[in-house]
Design a protein around this ligand. Structure first.
Ligand SMILES: *Cc1c(COP(=O)(O)O)cnc(C)c1O
Length: 363
C-alpha cells in the first residue's frame, strides 16, 4: 500500500467559490488567477472547477499551453507579461494576452514582427513591483497602438493593502492608489484593478475586469475574516493517517529536541505527514489537527515524514484514523497564523510526493 497521505481537491467547492466570485465581480470580466499550479490545486482540476470564469490568469508560459491541452478555450492572461522575446512564440501559439509592464517589454513588442496579441498596460500605483507610472501610460498606449496586431485592453494595477485588517493611513492604501490612478480608473479601453480583496472589501474599486485569486480556492485573504463570513468553501484538504500509537509515561519526551514532555501518561498518534510533504516544520506544540470529528493538539516537533499528536483524550483516534492537517475543518489560515505566514503560502506548498485526488462533497 502507498503511504497514507493525500491532497484532496473538492470540485464542488471550486465551483461554488467561482460562482461567489462571479457575483462579487458584479458584471465585470472575471479572470480566475491560477498561477502556481492553481495555488497548489493542480491545473487539471481547476480548469474544470473554474469552467464558468471568463479567463484564466497565469505566469508560466508552459502553463498557457497546458491549459489549452486541457481543453481551456476562453482567454488566458500572462500576469507577469513575458520574460524574453522568445516567449512570444509560445504565447501566441496559446493565444494568450499579456501585461506590458516595462519599457523593455514594450520595445521587444515594437521590434517583433507578426504579432497578434492583446495587452493590458501594467501601472504601478503604490505596490512598486511591476508597471509604468500613471503619467507614462498615455505615451505607452500611443506606442502600443502603433504596433500592428496589438490590441490594448486598457490599464491593470494591483493593490498592496486591500485587506480590511490593514488599518494604517500608510503610503499605499487603496484610496491612495486609486488617487494615483486618477482618470485611468475609468479608462474607456478598460481597467482591471481588483484582486480578491478589492472585489470583496472595496466596492469603490471599479473597472471592467477583476482578477480573483485566493477566495476561489476557499481561503479568506484576511485571517480576521472567516471563510464562513465570505460564504466560500476550502477547496483543498491535506490529510494523512495515524500509522502508529505510542503509550508513554509522565515525564517522557516526544520527538527531536524533546520539545514536548508528557504531563501525564499519554497516548501519542504518529501521523504520516511531515515537512517533506509541505507541512511547515515551524508548527509549534499545540497546533491543531482534526481527527474523528475533533480538534487535537500536535505534540513535539514536525519531522521530515511524520508528526505526532496528543490523542490521550481522544480514544476514537487510532491507527488508521484520517488526520486533517488543514482543509474544511481546520482553516489553513489558522495554521499559517501559528507559523507566521499566510494561507496563500501553505496551500501552494504541498510537495509533489503527495498524491492528489479529486472529490465531490465533504470528506
Ligand atoms: C496573485 C495575483 C492576483 C490574485 O491575488 P489574490 O489576492 O489571490 O486574489 C491578482 N493580480 C495579480 C497581479 C497577482 O499577482
Amino acid at each position: 500500500m502507498s503511504r497514507p497521505i493525500e491532497l484532496v481537491i473538492h470540485m464542488d467547492a471550486l465551483r461554488h467559490n467561482c460562482q461567489k466570485m462571479r457575483e462579487a465581480a458584479r458584471g465585470r470580466f472575471l479572470w480566475a488567477v491560477v498561477k502556481a499550479n492553481g495555488y497548489g490545486h493542480g491545473l487539471e482540476h481547476i480548469v474544470k472547477g473554474f469552467a464558468e470564469a471568463d479567463g484564466l490568469a497565469i505566469l508560466d508560459i508552459g502553463d498557457a499551453l497546458k491549459l489549452r491541452r486541457l481543453g481551456w478555450k476562453k482567454r488566458i492572461l500572462m500576469i507577469e507579461g513575458f520574460f524574453d522575446e522568445e516567449d512570444l512564440e509560445p504565447i501566441q501559439e496559446a493565444g494568450a494576452d499579456v501585461i506590458v509592464h516595462s519599457e523593455r517589454l514594450l520595445s521587444i513588442l515594437e521590434h517583433h514582427k507578426g504579432l497578434r496579441l492583446g495587452c493590458y498596460i501594467g501601472v504601478n500605483t503604490g505596490m512598486s513591483r511591476l508597471g509604468f507610472r500613471p503619467s507614462e501610460v498615455e505615451a505607452v498606449r500611443t506606442r502600443l497602438h502603433a504596433i500592428p496586431g496589438v490590441t490594448s485592453y486598457g490599464v491593470l494595477t494591483h493593490f498592496a493593502n486591500g485587506d480590511p485588517s490593514y488599518k494604517e493611513n500608510g503610503p499605499a492604501t487603496v484610496g491612495r492608489q486609486l488617487d494615483r490612478l486618477g482618470d485611468l480608473a475609468n479608462d474607456p479601453e478598460g481597467a482591471c484593478l481588483a484582486a480578491t480583496t478589492g472585489m470583496l472589501f472595496h466596492p469603490e474599486v471599479k473597472g471592467n475586469a477583476v482578477r480573483a485569486g485566493i477566495a476561489l480556492y476557499g481561503v479568506s485573504p484576511d485571517s480576521t475574516v472567516s471563510e464562513k463570513t465570505l460564504d466560500i468553501i476550502p477547496a483543498q484538504t491535506l490529510r494523512a493517517k495515524i500509522i502508529a500509537v505510542q503509550h508513554i509515561e509522565k515525564g517522557e519526551a516526544v520527538g527531536y529536541g524533546s520539545k514536548w514532555i508528557a504531563p501525564r501518561p499519554s497516548r501519542i498518534g504518529i501521523v504520516a505527514c511531515g515537512y517533506a510533504d509541505g507541512y511547515p516544520r515551524s508548527a509549534p506544540n499545540g497546533t491543531p489537527v482534526w481527527v474523528e470529528g475533533k480538534k487535537v493538539p500536535m505534540a513535539g516537533r514536525v519531522c521530515m515524514d511524520m508528526i505526532s499528536i496528543d490523542i490521550t483524550d481522544f480514544p476514537d483516534a487510532d491507527v488508521g484514523s484520517w488526520v486533517e492537517l488543514w482543509g474544511q475543518h481546520i482553516p489553513v489560515n489558522e495554521i499559517a497564523g501559528s507559523v507566521g505566514t499566510i494561507g496563500y503560502e501553505l496551500i501552494c506548498s504541498v510537495l509533489p510526493r503527495v498524491p492528489v485526488r479529486e472529490t465531490e462533497g465533504t470528506l
